[in-house]
Design a protein around this ligand. Structure first.
Ligand code: UDP
Ligand code: MG
Length: 317
């Protein structure tokens, strides 16, 4: 038996895309193997996505549907697909054909011939709304600083993963998922393939600004407690600054020189106020930061992610 391919396609209100998507995906998988399943995850659509899928599924037994009870969001839909995929390798692709199914073959070859366990799509150039592009770029810069993961601007959810990776991913216990981050964090042999991402031809983006915002926050907080550590760092920094200012003001008082055009005697009470303000400001931040450090550690533990993944075992029995 040849290797089985599972394709996971999350759909939310994609009724105008479904027939096209099904045809093009099937056509491209069939070029590789006849042993495949197409898993459409129907993420609580309010249009007739489900009935369209259902009628297709009557004619094609390779088309499977997982209908979720309500809209759980793209990331959860991907996981619902993963948990039900039985292929030796699993492809994840959007239902709007912005990512080309024509890439399946190249991805499959990287997996089959070069033994890559994760083959992800890399967008050559992001297209779309100028405002969104700027936000994406700021976000990904922040993500890299905070998470220590190399999740660049152009990495897509579009990918092929080995079933071993799938098994590890579905056994993670965390609830707020950032798939691209987890995929990169998990390690193993990974590679990217560049492609042009098309604009959506039919329908509108199903990621509302709020969904994007939640995804962004999940992305950063799921991979790092650095924002919390930053509070403590800031506290120490401002504390040092206030020490420096105290010395500076004492010297100014003693030597009575002008600073920003003002002599010490011209503003009574100023020094006491400023010093109290910055000193207590820094104490506040230090305390908050310390609490943050503890909360951060609790958070890491509560996620109970495994500490490592085994790639291979040799000579064990
Ligand atoms: N999607 C989903 N649930 C949602 C939002 C989106 O399953 O709550 C699906 C959607 O149908 C599409 C994919 O996730 O197949 C990517 O969504 P979209 O194309 O809207 O995102 P964009 O390409 O604009 O980032
Ligand atoms: Mg899209």
């Amino acid at each position: 038996m040849t290797d089985k391919i599972s394709v996971i396609i999350p759909c939310f209100n994609e009724s105008e895309n479904i027939n096209n998507t099904y045809e093009r995906i099937k056509e491209n998988v069939k070029k590789i193997t006849e042993n495949f399943e197409l898993i459409f995850v129907e993420d609580g659509s309010t249009d007739n996505s489900f009935s369209k899928l259902f009628s297709l599924s009557n004619k094609d037994k390779n088309l499977k549907i997982i209908k979720l009870s309500r809209n759980f969001g793209h990331q959860n839909a991907i996981f619902a697909g993963l948990e039900n995929a039985s292929g030796d390798c699993i492809i994840i692709i959007d239902a709007d054909l912005q990512d080309p199914p024509e890439l399946f073959n190249a991805m499959f070859k990287k997996w089959k011939d070069e033994n890559y366990q994760v083959v992800y799509g890399v967008r050559k150039k992001r297209k779309g709304n100028f405002f969104k592009l700027i936000l994406y770029s700021i976000y990904h810069r922040l993500f890299r600083i905070f998470s220590n993961l190399n999740n660049s601007n152009d990495l897509a959810d579009f990918c092929l993963i080995d079933k071993k990776i799938k098994n590890y991913l579905i056994n993670l216990k965390e609830k707020n998922i950032y798939f691209r981050g987890l995929r990169s964090w998990i390690g193993f042999k990974q590679t990217g393939i560049e492609y042009e991402r098309e604009n959506r031809s039919l329908g509108k983006s199903k990621y509302s600004i709020f969904k994007l915002y939640t995804l962004a926050i999940n992305g950063i907080t799921n991979f790092s407690t650095k924002p919390l550590s930053l509070i403590l760092f800031l506290g120490f920094f401002i504390f040092l600054l206030s020490m420096f200012l105290i010395v500076f003001y004492i010297l100014q008082k003693i030597f009575n020189f002008e600073f920003l055009g003002v002599l010490p005697d011209q503003v009574p009470g100023f020094y006491t106020l400023v010093i109290i303000l910055i000193l207590f400001g820094s104490f506040n931040l230090i305390c908050l930061g310390l609490i943050g450090e503890y909360v951060g550690r609790l958070y890491e533990e509560a996620k109970s992610r495994p500490k490592y993944f085994v790639d291979e075992k040799i000579n064990f029995k």
